[in-house]
Ligand binder design. Structure first.
Ligand SMILES: Cc1ncc(COP(=O)(O)O)c(C=O)c1O
Length: 434
C-alpha cells in the first residue's frame, strides 16, 4: 500500500455519491429496501461505461481477429487496447499480459506448462490462506510430475500467514512459491514483496494471486518483482474474465499447450482459442473507470492513465479504511459474534475490507439468507478458501459469513448491516431463552 509514488500523489477524498451514480445496478430495491451490495469479493458491480463498451463492441466491432476487413481490425485494436490498459493497471509491458476465461482456468493451464520443466522431487509451496484456485493447479502437478507440494500454515488467532513456517517450507528444492496478495475469506494482505524475495533467494519462481487485492490496492509488478501475477477483471468492476501477467522471458521460455498452427508470439501463444472480445472491451472500460476515479479525486495528469490509477487507489484506500474501521468496531460490539482475521485498527494496513464472522449458533447460510431478505447481499461458506475454513475448524458447520466492502459502499450501508446483525443476534438469544 505504500509505494513512494503513491505517497506523493495529491488527491481529494472520494465523492461516493458521484461514484455510485456510475453504477446503475446499485439502485435496485429488494422487498422495498435499497439493495446493499456486500458481495464484492464474489464479483463487483460494473459502471455504465463498461456496459456501454461491451454493447458498443457488438454494435461496431464484432468479428474474429486478423481478418482483412474493418470489424476484424477493430477487434484487433480492442485486444491491443485491453492489454495496454492492463499494463497500466499492473505497471508492466503490454506483451506481458494474457487473457482467458478466468483466473482458475488460466492458472491450471500455466501450472501445466510450468510442470513440463519440473522433475520428481521438485517442490512447490502453497498456503493455507489461499483460494483453492492458487492451490489445486499446483497440487495437480503432484500427480502429473511427482512434485512435492508443501503448505504454509497460518496463525489462526488473526488469520495471518505464519512467516516462520513459510521460511521453513521454502527449501533448496523449491521451484515455485504460490501465494495470495490478499485473502478472499478474511481480508489479510500478505507481505508479498518479502515472499517474492524469499522465493528468489531459493532460486524459485513467485506466482501471486491478486484476484482479491485488485479492487482495493495499487499493484506494481515491477516493484514486487513477481514472476507471474493473476487477477480477474470481474472483481475490479469489469466483465467475467481472467488475466495473467508474466515476465516476458518466462512467457517466451515456458511452453503452453496449444493447437496448430496458432501463433507462437508472446503473449498470444498463451491465449488458447478465441478470446472474449466483448469482455476485453469492458476490461479497458473498467480500467478507464478507475482512471476516471483518479481524475475525480484530483489527479492533475489525467492524460497519464497510470498516474490517474495511482490517485484512484489512494482515494479508494482512504475511503475503504474509514468504512472498515467503522464496520469492525460495530461488529466487535455484537454479543456472541466471533471475528476471524485482523481486528486491531493499528494493523489495518495489513488487511482489506473483507471480513469473516460467525454469530452465535447461527449457520452462516441462515445468516446470509436473513440478511438477503432485508436486501443485504453477503456470502456464506468457504468461497473456495477451503484450506482456511478447515484450519479454523468451521468448515463442517457451514464456514463463515463474509462481508466485503468496496469503494462504492457507504457509511449508511455499514450501519445498516451492523443494525441487522445486532437484531438477528439478539433474536437468537431470545429464542435460546424462550
Ligand atoms: C483470491 C481469489 N483467487 C482466485 C479466484 C478465482 O478466480 P476466477 O473466478 O477468476 O477463477 C477467486 C474468486 O473468487 C479469488 O477470490
Amino acid at each position: 500500500m505504500n509505494s513512494s509514488v503513491e505517497q506523493e500523489v495529491v488527491f481529494s477524498p472520494l465523492d461516493v455519491e458521484r461514484v455510485r451514480a456510475q453504477f446503475p445496478s446499485l439502485q435496485q430495491s429488494i422487498n422495498g429496501q435499497q439493495a446493499i451490495f456486500l458481495d464484492s469479493p464474489g464479483g463487483t458491480q460494473v459502471p455504465q461505461s463498461v456496459m456501454d463498451a461491451v454493447r458498443d463492441y457488438f454494435e461496431r466491432s464484432n468479428a474474429n481477429t486478423g481478418g482483412a476487413f474493418a470489424t476484424s481490425s477493430r477487434t484487433d485494436a480492442v485486444i491491443a487496447d485491453a492489454r495496454a490498459a492492463m499494463a497500466d493497471l499492473l505497471k508492466c509491458a503490454a506483451d506481458e499480459i494474457f487473457f482467458g476465461a478466468n483466473m482458475t482456468t488460466m492458472t491450471f493451464a500455466l501450472a501445466r506448462a510450468i510442470g513440463r520443466e519440473l522433475k520428481s522431487g521438485d517442490e512447490i509451496v502453497v498456503t493455507t490462506l489461499d483460494h483453492d484456485a492458487n492451490v489445486a493447479p499446483w497440487r495437480a502437478l503432484e500427480e502429473e510430475c511427482n512434485v512435492v507440494v508443501r503448505q504454509v500454515d497460518i496463525d489462526p488467532a488473526d488469520c495471518t500467514l505464519d512467516l516462520s513456517d513459510l521460511k521453513r517450507q521454502i527449501t533448496k528444492r523449491t521451484r515455485l512459491v504460490a501465494v495470495g496478495y490478499a485473502a478472499n475469506a478474511v481480508g489479510t494482505i500478505n507481505p508479498v514483496r518479502d515472499i517474492v524475495r524469499l522465493a528468489h533467494e531459493a532460486g524459485a519462481l513467485a506466482f501471486i494471486d491478486a484476484v482479491h487485492y485488485a479492487p482495493h490496492g495499487l499493484i506494481d509488478v515491477r516493484a514486487l518483482d513477481c514472476d507471474f501475477l493473476a487477477c480477474s477483471p470481474y472483481k475490479f468492476f469489469g466483465p467475467h474474465m481472467g488475466c495473467i501477467y508474466g515476465k516476458r522471458d518466462h512467457l517466451l521460455r515456458f511452453r503452453p499447450h496449444k493447437v496448430r498452427p496458432s501463433t507462437d508470439t508472446v503473449p498470444a501463444r498463451w491465449e488458447t482459442g478465441t478470446l472474449n472480445h466483448e469482455g476485453l472491451a469492458g476490461v479497458t472500460a473498467a480500467i478507464d473507470y478507475l482512471a476516471f476515479v483518479g481524475t475525480m479525486c484530483g489527479c492533475n495528469v489525467p492524460t497519464d492513465r497510470r498516474a490517474a490509477i495511482e490517485t484512484a487507489y489512494k482515494a479508494i484506500r482512504q475511503h475503504e479504511v474509514a468504512l472498515m474501521t467503522r464496520m469492525i468496531d460495530g461488529l466487535l460490539r455484537i454479543p456472541g459474534l466471533r471475528f476471524f482475521g485482523i481486528a486491531d485498527p493499528a494493523r489495518f494496513e495489513h488487511r482489506v475490507p473483507t471480513v469473516g464472522i460467525r454469530v452465535g449458533n447461527y449457520k452462516p447460510a441462515d445468516m446470509a439468507a436473513r440478511l438477503g431478505q432485508r436486501g443485504i447481499f453477503t456470502w456464506d461458506g468457504n468461497y473456495y478458501a477451503v484450506n482456511l475454513t478447515e484450519r479454523l475448524g468451521v468448515e463442517d458447520s457451514g464456514g463463515l459469513l463474509r462481508i466485503g466492502l468496496v469503494h462504492y459502499n457507504t457509511v449508511e450501508e455499514v450501519d445498516s448491516v451492523i443494525t441487522a446483525l445486532t437484531e438477528i443476534a439478539a433474536s437468537e438469544c431470545k429464542n435460546v431463552r424462550a
